[in-house]
Design a binder for this molecule. Structure first.
Ligand code: ZZB
Length: 260
């Protein structure tokens, strides 16, 4: 699987996150949350970034001024893809749980939300896939839309501020049959009530992928008017050229079977 790893720079740590990184990461260094995405063309619509609250993560040192936040497994893979200076080495400077970093404010490259977005919890994030960090695009990902709706509904239960889950959802891709907010349209049409409706969500995701890729057209940003199939590569290249992303390949079936 070939992902785009997007670099979301920490602007302000959560309380717990701040305590944990103190003394482990130099004050003037940047730490980047590292979601792995297959949809770089949707980055304009990012409204938050998800971690699994119960999953284990690490902060890994690239240089004196640059550190990455992701799963151990992803860091290990990256160590063999020239992400770290020394081949096969991924120096871990801190261990954290997803719940420790909920509330952290990060920059979301290309997003309409220029003041940054929050790290929020998502129970369905798998630590076996990608980087175990998932950027949230509720306009085009049914899972993301269902999750932020749930978070806003039960903000107190999830230990977050309601407004963190209520950033504006801007239309970025137009499709003939699902309009310009494919994910909310599917969630409504299929009567998906919560992130626990996993079967319907899997189906909705499949439809959203197909519809977006084969029929979708960008209606936001520099590549507005271009078909998604074309814009995908253009946006990805732009993110790489600006230093906001890099290619991350996930070796297939090495450690775990990918039946899911
Ligand atoms: C942004 C985005 C915008 C995504 C969208 C999807 C969609 P796949 O096909 O199963 O490999 N993802 C990445 N890592 C994880 C993880 N560890 N646990 C749970 N979800 C994860 O899925 C790849 C997509 O699943 C990735 O692309 C990421 O979300 C999420 F509009 O990034 B995506 C219709 C989907 N739309």
């Amino acid at each position: 699987q070939e992902y785009t790893a997007v670099k979301m720079k920490v602007l302000e740590w959560s309380e717990k996150g701040k305590d944990i990184v103190a003394g482990k990461v130099p004050e003037n260094a940047n730490v980047y949350f590292l979601p792995a995405t297959l949809r770089p063309e949707t980055m304009y619509g990012q409204t938050c970034c998800f971690v699994g609250p119960k999953l284990d993560y690490g902060i890994f040192k690239v240089s004196e001024t640059e550190y990455l936040f992701c799963s151990d497994k992803a860091a290990r893979n990256m160590a063999f893809q020239s992400v770290f200076p020394e081949w096969g080495v991924f120096p871990k400077v801190a261990s954290l749980q997803g719940s420790d970093v909920v509330g952290t404010l990060v920059n979301a490259p290309l997003s309409v939300h220029k003041d940054g977005v929050r790290i929020l919890p998502m129970d369905s994030v798998k630590d076996t896939k990608g980087t175990a960090v998932v950027t949230c695009v509720p306009s085009d990902s049914p899972d993301d839309f269902a999750t932020i709706r749930e978070l806003a509904k039960k903000a107190e239960f999830y230990g977050i501020k309601k407004e963190w889950a209520e950033l504006e959802i801007v239309p970025i891709i137009e499709t003939p049959s699902l309009g310009n907010l494919a994910a909310p349209a599917l969630v409504e049409k299929m009567k998906i009530n919560s992130p626990k409706d996993v079967k319907q969500l899997a189906e909705a995701k499949e439809i959203a992928y197909k519809e977006g890729f084969y029929q979708g057209k960008l209606i936001y940003g520099e590549f507005s008017g271009k078909p998604v199939s074309e814009a995908k590569l253009l946006v990805k290249q732009q993110l790489i050229d600006s230093g906001d992303a890099f290619n991350y390949a996930e070796p297939d079936g090495v450690v775990m079977s990918r039946s899911g």
